[in-house]
Design a protein around this ligand. Structure first.
Ligand SMILES: Cc1cc2nc3c(=O)[nH]c(=O)nc-3n(C[C@H](O)[C@H](O)[C@H](O)COP(=O)(O)OP(=O)(O)OC[C@H]3O[C@@H](n4cnc5c(N)ncnc54)[C@H](O)[C@@H]3O)c2cc1C
Length: 680
């Protein structure tokens, strides 16, 4: 069943851009205006050495602009603006992804760890040089043997009261720090995560500031530095390996905000439980994960912009009786590729914007709210997963949508693919992160700390599992009203009814979660069942619940984003895009909905035909939807777009259509694109 929607009118991309730019519009504007030049654009065909040299120089230049300090405290020249710092990383990701990662390592991971885990004494000593890049640094957590389960790191740092120093040691090859950004070439200091031992007792993983190179760039005594060598992408980032042979670390180099060692070796911490302390420490570093998700979103937008613009001018095959060949964006299957991906990109943009806002407020709160912190971590994990998997899928799809041209380095897509591939792995492997999301859903946020794959005692978790009451995430009142307004019988409700769409995704999440909980409880009640087996048997079910949860919260965020949109034409367009996101998500899960009697076969077919109707309806707006991302033309650095045949004419027609609808298209994206278009 479908309703007849009001026809869409042309929309000025600038109006949409305003909505997308959101709370940190100023940071986005500033990046476009001040950094939007060609020097930050990606470069193709470099050797690894050339890429590293260029990206290091650009990182220095970026530091000089002062635009990297947003997240640091005001007293050191920052702005105490955690949200702004993430958004500025997202903006860099439109440009060069190696630069984005290098900047993320220096100011997000290294600087962020000193800021979050250190104390004033350490901030005074190191933050100014970190911010200016006078002190390039590393975040050395992962070891060759342990990446996901970092509570099991093997590097040790043992305190000796006699010398009042720590002894940092790599006991074997698997304990070597690996993949560490900034280690192979530039890093002079590292935040090293190691097992703290004092007075013969292990106190769990802590972070230590450790100089690794001298002024000449040579490794310091006892430090062995290796190079990870060529990688699939991110050529400009110098990832390397670090080993420590009984390196002496002064007592005051322990980043001791959460755990202190007195001169006599006595250990103190405000958090008694070791696991809890460790996860609290990790929780303060959530910004890195949020930045990676957002940057994946930016890379996806660039890929879609290239594919949509290419598809608007590329012609193949003529319709019978026609002279001119058809532009490929007019083919339904091409729309099937690009438009649902575009709709999901919009949905994830709103979810990311809401996450950044929430992160900013939670991290900036005067009082630590532990429940809010746990919820933030879970949301950050979920959206990192959704954004990075969506990027990997969509960039491949955009590559194919550009045919052979998509395979040429000069057209940007191969670099986007190679550079973003690892986003599904670093800052937390996606599968492991989904377990974190699932764990939050199962146990609530009470006393549920544990290593990501440890899960604690089965019986304990089975007792803790919450009743499946789903918490609304965005625009709670509005969404509840929409859901409550849906009439009882599904078959009578239009597929484009927002309340029905919300209720459908909510119902799926609740059902999957209920099922997983029942199975966990049953498993835990079986005499002799091993906790590992109880969880392992249900692992796929639990992850499916997490995925369903992410789909639901993303839709809720989209609905909340539309609610904030005041321009009527932009709001109507976003509403159709939201229909496409919701219905293509339901269409992708048809198997489940049919299996569980949530859709009749007739209604399932209607979902597909409604998606097709939406594709036809949104076809004329594809270009507007990508223009609204307002990626500076120089950053795209895509040869096939620079040569876009008939580009000026297409833009002129686009503007004429806007004018006919009473909209003056002089602002932002359209105007910028025209001004920057190369001479034909
Ligand atoms: C380019 C690059 C840059 C990096 N930069 C840094 C850096 O600067 N600093 C730093 O500290 N680290 C860095 N890393 C390391 C990165 O964070 C780790 O690679 C990542 O956390 C995954 O760990 P792993 O490689 O040990 O994979 P593993 O944890 O061994 O995962 C391998 C596979 O096992 C699966 N798996 C693991 N556990 C489970 C489970 N419980 N259930 C089901 N499946 C499971 C995973 O899904 C995955 O498919 C970087 C890595 C790369 C590639």
């Amino acid at each position: 069943m479908t309703s007849t929607p009001t026809p869409l009118t042309p929309v000025d991309p600038a109006r949409l851009q305003e909505v997308l730019d959101g709370r940190w519009a100023q940071v986005r504007r500033d990046a476009r205006e001040q950094l939007g030049g060609a020097q930050y654009a990606p470069v193709y065909g470099e050797s690894m050495a050339e890429a590293r040299e260029r990206v290091t120089a650009l990182t220095q230049e970026l530091a000089r602009t002062g635009r990297v300090s947003l997240g640091f405290p005001r007293e050191y020249g920052g702005a105490d603006d955690a949200g702004g710092s993430v958004v500025s990383v997202e903006m860099l990701a439109f440009a060069d992804l190696s630069l984005m990662v290098k900047a993320g390592v220096q100011w997000g991971l290294f600087g962020g760890a000193v800021h979050a885990l250190g104390t004033k004494r350490q901030h005074d000593a190191y933050l100014p040089d970190i911010m200016s890049f006078a002190l390039p640094g590393c975040f050395a957590m992962t070891e060759t043997g342990h990446g996901s389960d970092v509570q099991q790191l093997r590097t040790t740092c043992s305190y000796d009261p006699a010398t009042q120093t720590f002894d940092l040691h790599t006991p074997h090859q698997a304990a070597r720090k690996d993949y560490i950004g900034n280690a192979a070439q530039d890093g002079r200091m590292a935040v090293v995560f190691a097992q703290l031992v004092t007075l013969g007792e292990g106190r769990g993983v802590h972070a230590f500031l450790v100089p690794i190179r001298d002024e000449q760039g040579d490794p310091l005594p006892g430090v062995t530095i290796g190079d990870d060598g060529p990688k699939a992408g991110l050529l400009g980032v110098d990832n390397g390996r670090l080993s420590f042979d009984h390196v002496t670390v002064p007592r005051d180099m322990l980043l001791d905000r959460y755990g202190q060692v007195a001169a006599d070796g006595t250990y103190t911490s405000s958090i008694a439980n070791e696991t809890r302390r460790f996860f609290t420490m990790l929780g303060t570093l959530v910004r890195g994960r949020v930045s990676v998700g957002g940057s994946a979103g930016s890379a996806t937008k660039v890929a879609l912009e290239i594919a949509v613009r290419y598809g608007d001018t590329r012609r193949q095959f003529a319709a019978p009786g026609e002279d001119r060949e058809v532009v490929i964006n007019d083919y339904r299957v091409h729309q099937r590729k690009l438009l649902p991906a575009l709709a999901t990109t919009y949905a994830l943009h709103f979810a990311q914007e809401e996450l950044v806002s929430r992160m900013h407020d939670v991290l900036g709160a005067a009082e630590v709210d532990e429940a809010a912190q746990r919820e933030l971590e879970s949301r950050a994990a979920g959206l990192k997963v959704a954004n990075t998997w969506h990027a990997t899928r969509t960039i491949q799809l955009a590559r194919e949508a550009c045919g052979g041209a998509g395979y040429l380095a000069e057209n940007r897509l191969p670099a986007l693919k190679a550079d973003t591939d690892v986003f599904t792995t670093f800052e937390g492997d996606n599968t492991v992160l989904l377990q974190l999301v699932a764990k939050g859903l199962l146990t609530g946020y009470r006393d549920a700390f544990g290593s990501l794959d440890g899960w604690g005692r089965a019986q304990f978790v089975a007792e803790q599992v919450r009743e499946t009451v789903l918490e609304r995430t965005a625009a709670r009142g509005l969404i509840q009203r929409l859901v409550d307004a849906v009439p009882g019988r599904d078959d009578d409700v239009a597929l484009t009814d927002r309340g029905w769409q919300l209720r459908t995704l909510e119902d799926r999440e609740k059902h999957i979660l209920d099922g997983a909980i029942k199975r966990l409880r049953k498993g835990a009640a079986t005499p002799g069942a091993r906790p590992f087996d109880v969880f392992n048997d249900v692992q796929d079910h639990v992850l499916e619940a997490a995925q369903a949860h992410i789909d639901r919260i993303v839709l809720e965020a989209f609905v909340a984003g539309i609610e904030r949109t005041t321009d009527p034409a932009a709001r109507a367009l976003l509403s159709r895009v939201c229909d496409l996101y919701a219905l293509s998500t339901i269409e992708a899960g048809k198997g489940w909905f049919l299996e569980h009697g949530r859709l009749t076969p007739t209604r399932a077919k209607a979902v597909t035909s409604t998606v097709n109707d939406l594709l036809g309806e949104l076809r004329p707006h594809m270009r507007t939807l990508v223009d609204a991302f307002a990626v500076p033309e120089a950053w795209l650095n895509c040869a096939v777009l620079a040569e876009e045949p008939g580009r000026q004419q297409a833009m002129a027609e686009h503007d004429a259509a806007l004018r006919a609808a009473g909209v003056e298209p002089q602002q932002a994206a359209t105007a910028t694109a025209l001004q920057m278009a190369p001479a034909q």
